[in-house]
Design a protein around this ligand. Structure first.
Ligand SMILES: Cc1cc2nc3c(=O)[nH]c(=O)nc-3n(C[C@H](O)[C@H](O)[C@H](O)COP(=O)(O)OP(=O)(O)OC[C@H]3O[C@@H](n4cnc5c(N)ncnc54)[C@H](O)[C@@H]3O)c2cc1C
Length: 472
């Protein structure tokens, strides 16, 4: 019987382990932290009984993921339930206005008024054929596409800067709504390919919504661990792997780590050109996270924001373009782009009486050492006057804290690598098999590999399948 070790228990690590174990390998996952899950953990961070997601909050990509879809009945058996908010995304603007996206394309288009037609022309075809699109988009760029015409059509749009795509909308609401989704790329929105993430995440929202996991994102990790155990896999926590020498005699090693950590772990055995590529791998801007316990929830001026699972805070498209550009250049701004999630609206089990958990993070420069809490609160207050009086507790964690929490977040980069044009297409290096390290049996499977960041497990699934092909 062949054996495998997976270093790291994020969604990609656990998915890689499941694919290998289901193929008959004897598999062990080794996790540095005391708890499993990587970016899918939850904890009572502020006050007892109020459950916060430490990292991932909302999970459109999990619903889109072919690998997770395949496991859906098993994950449900192990306690995973998705819950949808009434409004998927709201994007407040000054004066009480907001761009609003719900799962229904018709309803969203109706809400966007004169821009509804252009929204439908952009997202209708992508949504109708979303499963086909995902089949190709969630794989390495160099492959024979299953749906070449569909992929080519998407590719032509995705190659553009987000600001170009946004020109088709005239209202602040529609333009900001798209900019908020596009800003998940954490790159300047004037760069080529910066439209790609906004197009995918919005179509993903119309196809599946932006749901949360009942009982916290940790439940996704727990359910994946349950599926792994069913397949005979084991998990060891509290052990950091520092060198490949610790894993002698193992047929397949999967590294759910950053490329830099992979270079450290594999050391001199790594072919020189691969080591060089891993060392030169670029980090993106960082996150500064602020978790709040809020009595009665955030008093957003706009009513749709009070019903939204995710609120994109950053003002107009032009304001987001300016703040994202500055942060990418290493300059902190007074009005950063931010994500605010109100998971409790879809999953009331997370609250304690009238005290609700609110999850927020701002984009800040990589390695930023200041405290962005005030900037975050000011931005929320701009669209929700009176919020400060309702905050009963708060906990902040900046880039250094995030990296200490999870070594994959180098400098606080929560996407495990910049999604600049080159690394959007080729990560962690230019190669037909980007998962293979060049050392027999050793693979990288983290968000530093295609298709990149997010809870979807596709890096892990793709890497494990590449390993199985070589093993046979
Ligand atoms: C604040 C924040 C908010 C986010 N929000 C969302 C969201 O709303 N939706 C979404 O889809 N995604 C979100 N993400 C991104 C998502 O969490 C990640 O893209 C995803 O978890 C990456 O999965 P992974 O398996 O590649 O690595 P990770 O989840 O980062 O897991 C890697 C694991 O490997 C372990 N490890 C690393 N090195 C070693 C070693 N040497 N030895 C042993 N173990 C090791 C780490 O401890 C960690 O547990 C967010 C991330 C953060 C930080």
């Amino acid at each position: 019987m062949s054996n495998g070790i997976v270093v790291g228990s994020g969604p990609n690590g656990l998915m890689a382990a499941i694919v290998l174990a289901r193929a008959g390998l004897d598999v062990e996952v080794i996790e540095a932290s005391a708890t499993i899950g990587g970016g899918m953990r939850s904890a009572e961070l502020t006050v007892p009984g109020v459950l916060h997601d430490v990292c991932s909050a909302t999970h459109p990509t999990a619903l889109a993921s072919p690998a997770l879809q395949e496991l859906a009945p098993d994950l449900e058996r192990h306690g995973l339930r998705w819950r949808w908010p009434a409004v998927d995304i709201a994007h407040p603007l000054d004066g009480g206005r907001a761009g609003v996206m719900v799962r229904s394309l018709d309803e969203t288009c109706a809400g966007l008024g004169k821009d509804g037609g252009a929204w439908r022309r952009t997202f209708g075809p992508l949504t109708d054929h979303f499963a086909e699109l995902v089949t190709d988009a969630f794989r390495p760029i160099l492959h024979v596409p299953a749906h070449p015409i569909r992929l080519a059509g998407f590719g032509l749009e995705a190659l553009r800067p987000a600001t170009w795509v946004a020109r088709r909308w005239r209202s602040d609401e529609a333009r900001a709504l798209f900019a908020g989704a596009a800003a998940h790329i954490i790159q300047p929105l004037t760069r080529p390919l910066s439209a790609s993430v906004g197009l995918m995440l919005t179509a993903n929202g119309h196809a599946h919504g932006w749901p949360v996991a009942e009982g916290g994102s940790q439940k996704i990790a727990a359910a994946l661990a349950g599926v792994l155990a069913d397949a005979g896999g084991r998990i060891t926590t509290g052990r950091r792997v520092s060198s490949i020498d610790e894993l002698a005699g193992v047929d397949v090693v999967m590294l759910d780590t950053s490329p830099q950590a992979a270079a450290d772990i594999v050391g001199d055995r790594l072919p020189r050109h691969v080591a060089r590529a891993y060392r030169r791998y670029k980090q993106g801007p960082a996150a500064f996270k602020l978790d709040l316990a809020v009595d009665g929830g955030i008093p957003w001026t706009n009513e749709a924001c009070r019903r939204a699972g995710t609120v994109h805070v950053g003002g107009t498209l032009e304001q987001i373009v300016a703040s994202e550009r500055a942060v990418s250049r290493g300059t902190m701004v007074d009005d950063p782009f931010m994500l605010v999630c109100q998971q409790y609206l879809a999953d009331p089990t997370r609250s304690s009486g009238t005290i609700h958990p609110v999850w927020a993070y701002a984009h800040v420069p990589n390695g930023y050492t200041g405290d962005a809490s005030e900037a975050i609160l000011r931005q929320i207050e701009r669209f929700a006057p009176g919020v400060r009086e309702r905050i009963v507790a708060r906990v902040a964690i900046g880039p250094a804290g995030l990296e200490a929490y999870n070594a994959n977040y180098v400098g606080g980069d929560i996407a495990t690598g910049a999604s600049d044009p080159r690394q959007t297409l080729f990560r962690p290096r230019v190669a037909v098999d980007p998962y293979f390290t060049g050392v027999p049996g050793v693979y990288v499977c983290s968000a530093a590999t295609p298709p990149g960041a997010g809870v979807h497990g596709m890096g892990g699934a793709n890497a494990a399948r590449a390993a199985l092909r070589r093993l046979r």
